[in-house]
Design a protein around this ligand. Sequence first.
Ligand code: HSE
Length: 422
Amino acid sequence: MRKKIGIGLAGFGVVGRGIYEVLAENSPLIAARAGADFSIQHIVCRHPERAQSLVGSSIPVGDDTCALIENPNVDIVIEVMGGIEPAKSLILGALESGKSVITANKALLALHGNEIFNCAKNFGVNVYYEASVAGGIPIIKALREGLSANRIESIVGIINGTTNYILSAMRESALTFPQALKIAQEKGYAEADPTFDIEGLDAGHKITLLASLAFNTPVCFMPENMEGITQISPEDIAFAQSVGCSIKLLAIAKNLNGQIQCCVHPTLVDNDNFLAHVNGAMNGVFVQTNALGPSFYYGAGAGGKPTASAVIADLIDCARGNAPIQPAPTTEAFYLPPKEIQSQYYLRLTISSSEQLQRVQNYFEGFAIPIEKETLSNQCWMVLTKPIKENTLQSLISKLNQLEDLDKPIKVLRKESMLMGI
Ligand code: HSE
């Protein structure tokens, strides 16, 4: 006889319904792999009447999260409601009641993960969160399990589908940012309030979680290191194309000799790298480690069934007693502040004379900025720096801005070169 495991499901939107459907559709194989029969025993959501009509009267449906925690038939709690409250109280309450939790809530974990992981440890239960990063792509499992023998050196990913859709549409159809955003909203990719996506915060929450897992550090969300795509113009996209690149919103986590760089920003990616070919709403993550070397993960980063795929994989793990490796909230970590963050920069300057070019080049020398590549054509000087700190770049730009005869604004874009080629 297989054991029976009762699920409490908090949230019945696109993802909650996806979980309900995949559990029903794949029931025999899920039960065989888990060695357990799962059944949803309680649902809480914002519109209980709608959910009740879909699941029938045998499952209690309501809006009281305490009732779900206290339901003795609920063994494991799945939280896919999103937001901070009541999700946080629900998760802490479930853990304190000795119930493991599976969540897709990246914002909550990025902001309160240390408290939640500590609580789980204190009560001898687990928090699983595969679905919180890159939807259906098993990137957390890759870091925790497949790559557990490796030292992780860097993670560079496209982990927000909405912004990737917008940037792809801007390039493919020569659209402005507002035009592409409108289409993304009409197609249901972007939320009615798309702030978290377009300002880089959603990708920021996700890379924060990956960094803490990869580098075994406390969860440390630094919104000041997150930048979105609202300022990207068709001119930027054309510039990127002219130097053989695409612009992608990259989430970057690197261990630079013990100093952790964790940031999100629009970045030039050479078209011969895998990440340049992650288009539409898809996600892709590149991981560099010391034993395996480079590896790449690609798939659907959002949507009901892809996210359900990740949630139910966690459910199977939980039923089998596979305790996940948690980040270590007690270890010291040094996260680089914005001005210390390193990047390569592409600058494009309009040059009217050889004297002017000499003056500009003198500034580069004065700030000891190493140049990887430069070209001068049609009065346009394009230069790619080697990795330099953000504050060095800012000092250079403020000096260049003082040159009265130089065309402004000076076009600057970051570039990421440490990627996996096709
Ligand atoms: N808004 C997110 C995205 C959904 O666009 O990727 C999945 O986390």
